[in-house]
Design a binder for this molecule. Structure first.
Ligand SMILES: [Zn+2]
Length: 117
């Protein structure tokens, strides 16, 4: 049985690797764009490149947000507020923490604050 900290540490490690890979992709794309040899209007490669670019940037943004959530969750473990709903102050059920280790809202508050449908 793994602890919340172990699970969060594993997620942070995974996401840091994802972020490094996505950062690399952005850098490579920027370099291939920046050499002045590409004309987005006429180069058939141009649109593919833009697609890769927006995808890579979206991944960087998503992983950065995930990492911030995981680091906030680790900080809550340190100060003893992990697993407590930040809205109503009740305990977040273990099953929810297992499904979403970075969660800081209980099911009810999460449903109320951010309705899914
Ligand atoms: Zn709550």
């Amino acid at each position: 049985m793994t602890t919340h900290r172990e699970r969060l540490d594993a997620l942070v490690g995974e996401w840091r690797a994802d972020l490094a890979a996505a950062d690399d992709a952005v850098r490579v794309l920027r370099e291939s764009r920046g050499d002045g040899g590409i004309d987005d209007e006429h180069d058939p490669e141009g649109s593919t490149l833009s697609l890769d670019w927006s995808r890579a940037v979206a991944i960087v943004e998503m992983v950065t947000a995930n990492l911030a959530d995981a680091e906030a969750a680790l900080a809550r473990l340190d100060d003893g507020t992990y697993g407590i709903c930040r809205s109503c102050g009740r305990a977040i059920p273990e099953g929810r923490l297992e499904a979403r280790p970075t969660s800081d809202l209980c099911v009810e508050c999460s449903a109320g604050v951010a309705p899914r449908r």
